[in-house]
Design a protein around this ligand. Sequence first.
Ligand code: 4EZ
Length: 230
Amino acid sequence: MKIAIMGAMPEEVAPILEKLGEYKTTKYADNEYYEATYKGVDIVVAYSKIGKVFSTLTATTMIEHFNCDRLLFSGVAGGINPSLKIGDLIVATKLSQHDLDITAFGHPMGFVPGGSVFVEADKDLIALSKDVAKELGKTVKEGIIATGDQFVHDEKVKQTIVKHFNADALEMEGGSVAVVCKSLNVPFFILRAISDTADTDASFSFDEFMESSAIISAEFIMKMIDRVVE
Ligand code: 4EZ
């Protein structure tokens, strides 16, 4: 077993590296990969940089070059479902690309021939997250995450994404990581803690809460890792 743990930004993986202690840094494909052994299990950590392209590159590299056989993503997201407050955790049941648009040809948003509107996350890892949440006495919402190459800070854009995907949260990497893992048959899990609600105040809320929310997500991921390695 070799586990990939990914984030998009340094702040999203810093709490994980802290928990792992010693690690070896390898430069590859214009990024840094941090290799560690945690309780006898090999782990590779990286932050991809923001967006679908960079996250596709990093997820693919972790699987194809570093031979990871499962992938967990930890980070922050904009909440759309009004039940989600700052700091709340959301586990993706399935993910979509909200900015993939060939509707001009009669296709639904997020669909291209040969693909699918949604990609489902690994059911066993979701079940494990439920167990861990129960153990910690935490509520973790399961829901749909919509991914696109934009930081959403507009009520209308939010509503359009809800209309097309019934999404509960949105971010900029999960949907692309999902496509990579599904295509390469690697079980994956996407966890996000809410940093903002993707409205006009989103950038301010993000700046204020991204670090604390990133820690909430990372700590939960490490509790899951504890259970995976045991
Ligand atoms: C992208 N990530 C945001 C990166 C922002 C600023 C320098 C998560 C996220 C997000 N993505 C949090 N809130 C969001 C929002 N409202 N829209 C899109 O994965 C980088």
